[in-house]
Write a protein of this length. Structure first.
Length: 274
């Protein structure tokens, strides 16, 4: 099995809050999110700490095929809770959180789980790609969006905007009618999108953090088949390089309004028939 992974921070001077891993028959991407500086989170740990620990525990839990991927995720959330229940306020709405994309080979099928806005793309040569992502976070953001959103330069105004946006989003997180992410509630796992596909009909699978899917789903610069072709021919590094190239043409978000000029970007790719 030849699995390819690339992961780059949005800025070289910042922690990469994405986490990616692969084991035989198992692939995962975790994209951490949390409070920016100046917003209380109830947690003494970093977002990167949360993403790495959730990802590592999830890799271990998902290798046990007696349990579904949603159960593996629920157990992993509980295990991370146990790691910081003594030092942190796990009921705080600003606790570190993460989106998840997970895929596992089991009984000649590829099982998948997607929680929030990570993206899993199934390359099905006979039918075209299937794109699995949970749009509930985007729906909440669209409801909150104001027309006078400032640009993502390093201005104080933009920093204030992001802080108030994060506080608003926290009130929708892991609530019915809002959106669901991995954080401190194991029941979020049952809100994930899950399914399975026969390996026979599958050419490849790609798992992407939202920082690595934006050439298609935010910028509209290419299609999903184009993105899969880049991954298959030149690999995840090339996808991220092209993403950075596009972002550099629009550093202020004038053409493509977005929270961060460049986000952490992670892509995991497995050519099933390769
Ligand atoms: Zn903590």
């Amino acid at each position: 099995m030849r699995m390819l992974i690339a992961s780059e921070p949005g800025r070289p001077d910042r922690d990469n809050e994405d986490f990616a891993a692969a084991a035989p028959g198992l692939l995962l991407v975790v994209d951490g999110a949390g409070s920016p500086a100046g917003v209380e989170s109830g947690c003494v740990h970093s977002v990167a700490w949360y993403a790495r620990n959730l990802g590592g525990l999830l890799l271990a839990a998902a290798t046990d095929k007696r349990h579904g991927l949603d159960e593996a995720l629920a157990v992993s959330i509980e295990r991370v809770n146990a790691m910081h229940a003594a030092t942190c306020d796990l009921r705080h709405p600003g606790s570190p959180s993460a989106t998840v994309a997970l895929a596992r080979v089991h009984d000649e099928r590829l099982e998948h789980l997607v929680l929030s806005d990570s993206v899993l793309v199934l390359d099905r040569p006979d039918q075209g790609p299937a794109v699995i992502t949970d749009g509930r976070l985007a729906e909440v953001v669209a409801r909150l969006d104001e027309p006078d959103r400032p640009s993502p330069g390093d201005s104080d105004e933009h920093a204030r905007f992001l802080r108030s946006r994060v506080e608003q989003l926290a009130s929708f997180r892991n609530q019915p009618g809002g959106f669901w992410v991995a954080s401190t509630k194991p029941e979020a796992a049952s809100e994930a999108l899950t399914g399975s596909t026969p390996l026979m009909g599958l050419g490849a699978v790609a798992l992407l953090s939202d920082g690595a899917s934006r050439l298609v789903d935010r910028f509209g610069l290419m299609t999903w088949p184009d993105l899969l072709a880049i991954l298959g021919k030149d690999g995840p590094d090339e996808l991220i390089a092209r993403t950075r190239e596009a972002e550099s043409t629009d550093p202020d978000g004038a053409r493509w309004p977005r929270g961060k000029a460049s986000d952490d970007a992670t892509a995991v790719y497995w050519a099933v028939q390769g």
